[in-house]
Design a protein around this ligand. Structure first.
Ligand code: MN
Length: 498
């Protein structure tokens, strides 16, 4: 479900023919060595492909248009080895639609003090060639990522690798299709939004279905298939009966297994990668999809509750961006539920009625069947767990009427001081940066929602870069946030993003 394409990134070196063929041969040799080193470093999640040195308007334009139509090319990395007059790049850059990283490096790490002469200076002049190139980018007002430093530096390599995930997010965004099962929860503001604008900005397709259409797919799942999945559940998760009779408990679990299979078949058949449900509109479904949705999220589907299609698409996007990370810690819908306000221990308890993704779980999850205080259905089965500790990123994409804003909050996940044995849902607990009071105040000032798309596996920088490439406003709440500056930023952004 999460498998992305075998993406590659093109490495394009800029130069000119002013310094002769010998110089151009060196430029090509140097850039090949850099590409080999980047690929061998183990710090890049995708392969870099060397391209012939770009020295003319025509070749630049042709190469970038080839990048546009190559489905495996997720972005372009450029570097001006020598001076490359930037007017040569205007047409190519205007036509390039893929993400671009400007790698500001040079072949030699140290000035060769004993041997340096003017020939060396002319051949190794990224310091001014990249400034000329950067200027035209700024003048064209095109979005690009700049990474500065020597190509052998591990931190530099990791920054390129991190950006590659952003670039894949940019490309994959336009492949996200969200199936809305019923409409948004009545009267709720923040889960609403302009779906046409979302498709224009992000490429998301958001379609609604009557709940009973998907309920038919659930009803069509055979008893044998359902029972096989129940067996898988029982082998994978702990079972907490809470005094229920075993056969009755199993029947409740089977309802969720049937929903999981029916929903998954529906989504696969109709090519959707994300789904929303609404507890108030369940049609023929016997239970609110809990365990079923948790399992689908774990498989890589996006999900938003109460019709929240923006969160569903963001969860899917962030799962794609973080796909394949070694020792990934998880990505999920979260909801700011309740606070601990004890001085020095402040934090926000994160949960949902049921639907938190077990990818964030710290250890083995358990199934419980408990009453739902809302709605009029059977007690739904759900997975319970507590989430991992460590830094994470909570995001909220909101529609302000004239534009989207992505709010990005760095948070520190921890364990609650004591266990909560009577709380039958998956939970996380975090303190927002820079501290509880400032983080929460900034979030509310920015208009952030109670639903978030959360991950341990991406950074504030990656999410902000994604938003920038999408051409939308983003605001960051992290260790550097203070309220006075943040209020000004919101005020200025309201003009900048009109
Ligand atoms: Mn909710």
């Amino acid at each position: 479900m999460l498998q992305a394409k075998n993406y590659k990134f093109w490495f394009c070196t800029g130069s000119q023919d002013l310094y002769g063929d010998e110089c151009l041969a060196n430029v090509a040799e140097h850039s090949k060595k850099i590409v080999e080193a980047l690929n061998a470093s183990g710090n890049l999640p995708f392969e870099v492909v060397w391209k012939p040195t770009l020295i003319t308007n025509a070749l630049i334009r042709q190469t970038f248009n080839e990048a546009n139509i190559d489905e495996e090319c997720a972005g372009v990395i450029t570097w001006m080895h020598t001076f490359s007059p930037a007017k040569s790049w205007i047409l190519g850059l205007k036509e390039l639609r893929k993400p671009l990283l400007h790698f500001h490096t040079q072949f030699n790490e140290e000035i060769p003090y004993d041997t340096i002469d003017m020939d060396f200076m002319n051949e190794n002049q990224a310091a001014h060639g990249d400034r000329e190139y950067g200027h035209i980018f700024t003048r064209l007002e095109k979005e690009r990522k700049i990474v500065v430093g020597h190509w052998t530096n591990e931190n530099v390599q990791k920054r390129i690798g991190s950006w590659m995930r952003t670039a894949v997010g940019v490309l994959e965004s336009s492949h996200i299709r969200v199936a809305r099962v019923a409409d948004n929860m009545r009267n709720v503001a923040v889960t609403e939004g302009d779906k046409v604008e979302a498709q224009i900005k992000f490429g998301w397709e958001v379609d609604a279905y009557p709940v009973n259409e998907i309920a038919e797919w659930v009803a069509d799942v055979s008893e044998a298939d359902t029972n096989a999945l129940v067996e898988e559940y029982y082998s994978k998760y702990d079972i907490i009966l809470d005094g229920r009779e075993e056969a009755e408990f199993r029947k409740h679990v089977a309802v969720q297994a049937q929903i999981e299979l029916g929903f998954e078949r529906f989504l696969e058949a109709k090519n959707y990668q994300a789904i929303v449900t609404h507890f108030g509109d369940l049609g023929a479904l016997k239970q609110l999809p809990g365990l079923a949705i948790q399992r689908l999220m774990e498989k890589g589907y996006g999900f938003g509750a109460e019709g929240d299609w923006k969160v569903a698409a963001m969860v899917r996007l962030m799962k794609i961006m973080s796909a394949g990370i070694k020792d990934a810690k998880g990505t999920s819908l979260m909801e700011d539920y309740t606070y601990n306000l004890v001085k020095g221990k402040e934090g926000i308890l994160q949960a949902h009625m049921l639907e938190v993704c077990p990818s964030v779980a710290d250890g083995k999850s358990a199934i419980r069947c408990c009453p739902l205080s809302m709605g009029d259905r059977e007690d739904p089965a759900r997975l319970i767990f507590t989430a991992k500790e460590g830094p994470g990123v909570a995001t909220s994409l909101i529609d302000l009427g004239n534009r989207f804003r992505l709010i990005i909050n760095a948070v520190d996940c921890k364990k609650t001081e004591k266990p909560m044995p009577k709380l039958p849902v998956g939970t996380a607990y975090w303190t927002p940066q820079p501290n509880f009071e400032t983080g929460v105040e900034a979030w509310i000032l920015a208009g952030g929602a109670h639903h978030t798309a959360f991950t341990y596996d991406l950074t504030v920088e990656q999410m902000a870069d994604w938003a920038a490439f999408m051409g939308i406003e983003s605001v960051i709440i992290d260790k550097d946030t203070n309220i006075r500056d943040f209020k000004n930023e919101l005020r200025w952004n309201s003009i900048a993003f009109k």
